[in-house]
Design a protein around this ligand. Sequence first.
Ligand code: GUN
Length: 282
Amino acid sequence: MRIMDGKALATKMQADLAQKTAQLKAEHGVRPGLLVILVGEDSASQVYVRNKERSALAAGFKSQVVRLPETVTEAELLRKIAAYNQDPAWHGILVQLPLPKHINEEKVLLAISPEKDVDGFHPTNMGKLWSGHPVMIPSTPAGIMELLKAYEVELVGKRALVIGRSNIVGKPMAQLLMDAHATVTIGHSRTQDLKALARQADILVVAIGQAKFVTRDFVKEGAVVIDVGMNRDDNGKLCGDVDFESVSEVASLITPVPGGVGPMTITMLMEQTYQAALRSIR
Ligand code: GUN
């Protein structure tokens, strides 16, 4: 078994990105700008947003986090997004999810200009991805594809099972694997005999949001296992959706939590912001 070191790959990609960013500034006078909107006090979101800002600044981007109170109205949020859409300083705009219940998430995601939607959540960008012409790709699946590439995982003709069907991870992940010529199945919490299905997979991507859900008996000998989960176990320790200890005995490659998919997600968000800045000068 080999560990897929997302932290190491992310560190290398971030260094490359800082260099590309400096070059973009020197040659075109353009500094990539990432604007993050955070509504409310969700503690996980605060950590994610802080990490995004830190990463953006390390890459040499302009970066701002707009913190709005839990009580902000939907109309006010939409007005702010409309203003940032018009501001050429921002190449990437993202609204951290989840949003408070009184705000319609779909409306908010629709309001972000597709050219600045670095999360790739706007229906236009989702549609482009599904029709095989991706522009903005959700960061987590994009980061997983980079990891698979870096570790030279053969995908052509292989069986891939994605466990989880969210718009953020499961659906775009399936599409990217299909584009890479894998034979893809999406499983989820209602799938019958998920274990038997999983045991057929050469590549297993797990994003079901349940601590240590995938155990050794889900995994074929030699499979590649990607763990998107971020949970706390009974002892309060950070863990994924995969039971790393038992699964690492059968997998050929596996991502750890932390240090696997997570660092790649942030890195890809920065990469997409850089790409959006690059497109803005063309
Ligand atoms: N909340 C959890 N993951 C994400 C993400 O990738 N983007 C945004 N905007 N919110 C999230």
